[in-house]
Design a protein around this ligand. Sequence first.
Ligand code: GGG
Length: 326
Amino acid sequence: MAETIAVIPGDGIGQEVIPAAIDVLETLDVDFEFVEGEAGDDVLDSRGEALPEATYELAAGADATLFGAAGETAADVILPLREAVGSFANIRPARAYPGVDSLQPETDLVFVRENTEGVYSGIEHEIADGVTTLTRVITDEASRKIAEYGFEYAEANGYDDVTVAHKANVMRTTDGQFLESVESVAEAGGHGYDEALMDALAMHLLLRPEEYGVVICPNLAGDVLSDLAAGLVGGLGLLPSANVGEDNALFEPVHGSAPDIAGEGIANPAATVFSAAMLLEHLGYGGAADRVRGAVEAVLEGGPRTPDLGGEASTDEVTAAIVDRL
Ligand code: GGG
């Protein structure tokens, strides 16, 4: 029976890169039924809600979801969609590719980002005129879960170095909890790791990324550090991600809706196609995932490239080149 893939392009260049990934998936020998759901800024304007219940249910009930990008309504779209698939971990690989001008060609990092809490808990208030607050939630349960996932991911994927990012010298209670939970998981499982203050880590990643492998992060730190790593390897057009849950998952490029280039047909489809490869892997199609990654890497090395990578090709031309190599 066909597997159902929820497809939610979202805003801006999401509308351009998701069709590219679907083109790629449709050339493979896999039995997927793609069901499109709407979400985002335009849906808020037309329907009064950025994420209709039907789209939430579509993601919750699908075998996997491919999501594009969110714009102004990110908090109302991405966070509930991650919840819909029960995601607790956001996996963001940042790798340098041959042929792509990288600041740091030795970069091979994977950010394992806690995906349910931290400052993304959505508990914000205006308590008086001009005075706002945000509650940062860090629990032992979620911190242990991300630590377990991070250590297992590192072992399964051959990464020797695991670093835990935190700011426990300032956020003593919340990041103190994060660190304590990670430590107890590491001790119980006999896992080695280093810890690093996230601000200093940002600098070290920039100067010596080759000394790092898997980076386990609280939610916001993972978002920020992975974007920094994108800058090391050629930009956000190259970074895919997987939002992993116990028995469901959502895949999306790390980049957002890019309103500056939306509608021009020049968005780099690589991040979304790499995300589709992660989806294939997740559903057990490891061979197809390898083929897709190989095709994208071949195009990055010697094929047409979009302007973010110094080329003049369109999204469609790069997609066609990827499909040709499959
Ligand atoms: N495709 C991911 C996307 O739309 N990113 C924009 C954004 O605001 N992301 C925040 C996050 O990933 O937590």
